[in-house]
Design a protein around this ligand. Structure first.
Ligand code: BGC
Length: 507
């Protein structure tokens, strides 16, 4: 029996960088299949694959050419079928990225839509006349830079794209578009896929009147033009819940299926989302920890409020420390604090995401300009997408040839092979926490407390204490320690202080 979603630990794989089985320098589905025993040994319950569909490769696969074809870089549909079969055999579920918000500008739907103002697919995307001065219809900015509007000389109108111009937004108000997305969802659920991550869910609806966004009061202090605006009219509109709810309804036909929306939301926005969406087969990403400060007081306040909200709304909490868009935890916090944050994440109730490589303490690599792939102007994301470090061999054992992105310079030390045999390694540490995670309750009624930079809570009969400070802190002597983030504490040892950024679990 596959485990329920509400307690899942989801291992995120960026497939281009996981394992290259055919030596072309890029990871592929057979590569993931070959590593399933390793993945299963981590104690996780599910694998999330970043997009594997046929793509035009402008945005690492997030610009789809054909939703029901696997990109040849990764293999074929047969490989996906085999991956699903082999994963299920090991009680691992499969989660795919679903992209209802946009396609590639080379997708047949968009080509047809752009072909004429009278095209049957014209309103599958958003087209507007120029403003009276001939410029774009309004002031909305694209996430990746520039305007959201690109002019099409052929039909003399602008089309809307939240991300790159090569990623036109689908018009999800159009029932034909929604049905097209639903049939893609059914296509994969029928193949055995268990869950979808709803990419870019904040952007599923836009203002019908296309009103200008106001500037934020502090816009002059902000360099990224996208962040200078208050996104009143192009983002997080409640109209988007209609699509999410309809999709949730579609999933009902497949009783164990699930979906998780990707939106960077504050607590009020998360509350609103959970209030307004069906929760039995849906939850939302909580990204608070991808930017959280190491501050016990602030963490306690936020986490307690979030858990109370989840409890009230009957929503499954989620915990994310990093991903393919954000900095790696070991680079953001340093090794010690990264392990401490992993202890927090993995001992709280709900779903936890582990980004591939974080379980061995992978860090962000310096990427020479000649290798640069990600075009995102303000936050280049190549550094967190480098090849998985499997061994001290050439190219970190990822590939026999030069990889598509360079491996981190520390690969001869930080790699799976080395860490497998060291009890104090990050890998051994993750496995130990995952073992304890199995014994925890999944109840959102847990309450955190804090004192002198130490965060404290109890889950089932396990007590967790996390020192969020760089100082040693004295504690009441304890002799029932089960695990320390330092990986060197012997069972039964008496401890009367916590070392810098140390986390412990005790009985
Ligand atoms: C994905 C990004 C991607 C963007 C556009 C996001 O939310 O996580 O990697 O660039 O959607 O598809």
């Amino acid at each position: 029996m596959l485990p329920p979603w509400s307690t899942a630990t989801i291992y995120q794989i960026f497939p281009l960088s996981y394992y290259d089985s055919n030596n072309d320098g890029k990871g592929d589905l057979q590569g993931v299949i070959q590593k399933l025993d390793y993945i299963s040994s981590l104690g996780v319950n599910a694998i999330w694959l970043n997009p594997i569909y046929k793509s035009n490769w402008i945005d690492a696969g997030y610009d789809i050419l054909n939703h029901t074809e696997i990109d040849p870089i990764f293999g074929s549909m047969k490989d996906l079928d085999e991956l699903i079969r082999q994963a299920h055999k090991r009680n691992l579920k499969i989660m795919l990225d679903l992209l209802p918000n946009h396609t590639s500008d080379q997708h047949p739907w968009f080509i047809e839509s752009a072909s004429s103002k009278n095209s049957a697919k014209r309103n599958w995307y958003t087209w507007r006349d120029p403003s009276p001065d001939g410029g774009p219809p309004n002031n909305w900015k694209a996430v990746f830079g520039g305007s959201v509007w690109t002019f099409d000389a052929g039909t003399q109108q602008y089309y809307l794209h939240t991300f790159y111009p090569q990623q036109p937004d689908l018009n999800l108000q159009n029932p034909n578009v929604r049905n097209a997305i639903f049939s893609i969802v059914r296509f994969y659920l029928n193949r055995g896929v268990d869950c979808f991550r709803l990419d870019a869910a904040s952007h599923f609806a836009k203002d019908n009147q296309f009103r200008d966004n106001p500037l934020r009061k502090d816009w002059q202090q902000i360099t990224d033009p996208y962040e200078q605006q208050e996104h009143l009219y192009d983002k997080n509109l409640s109209k988007r819940y209609e699509f999410i709810n309809e999709l949730s309804h579609q999933l009902n036909e497949f009783p164990h299926s699930y979906m998780i929306t990707e939106s960077y939301l504050n607590l009020a926005q998360l509350t609103d989302l959970h209030k307004n969406t069906n929760t039995h087969n849906h939850t939302a990403c909580n990204f608070h920890l991808v930017e959280a400060e190491l501050d016990a007081r602030k963490l306690t306040t936020w986490i307690n409020s979030y858990l109370a909200m989840c409890n009230k709304q009957n929503a499954v909490p989620t915990w994310i420390l990093s991903n393919h868009d954000r900095t790696r935890i070991a680079s953001r916090y340093g090794h010690l604090a990264a392990r401490m944050m992993a202890m927090l994440q993995l001992t709280l109730p709900g779903i936890a995401f582990i980004y591939y490589g974080d379980e061995i303490g992978m860090q962000e690599a310096k990427i020479p300009e000649s290798y640069r792939h990600d075009l995102y102007e303000f936050h280049n994301r190549d550094a967190q997408r480098t090849p998985m470090q499997w061994s001290p061999e050439a190219n970190a054992g990822f590939s026999k040839v030069k990889p598509w992105l360079p491996v981190h310079a520390n690969y001869s030390i930080v790699n799976v092979e080395n860490e497998e045999v060291h009890a104090e390694s990050t890998l051994s540490y993750y496995r130990s926490v995952m073992q304890i995670r199995k014994e925890l309750y999944n109840s959102s009624t847990i309450k955190l407390q804090h004192k002198q930079g130490i965060l404290k809570y109890t889950n089932n009969s396990h007590h967790i204490m996390l020192n969020t400070s760089p100082n040693k802190v004295s504690i009441k002597p304890l002799k029932t320690i089960i695990l320390s983030t330092y990986g060197d504490t012997k069972t039964g040892e008496v401890r009367s202080l916590l070392r810098p950024y140390e986390g412990i679990i005790y009985a």
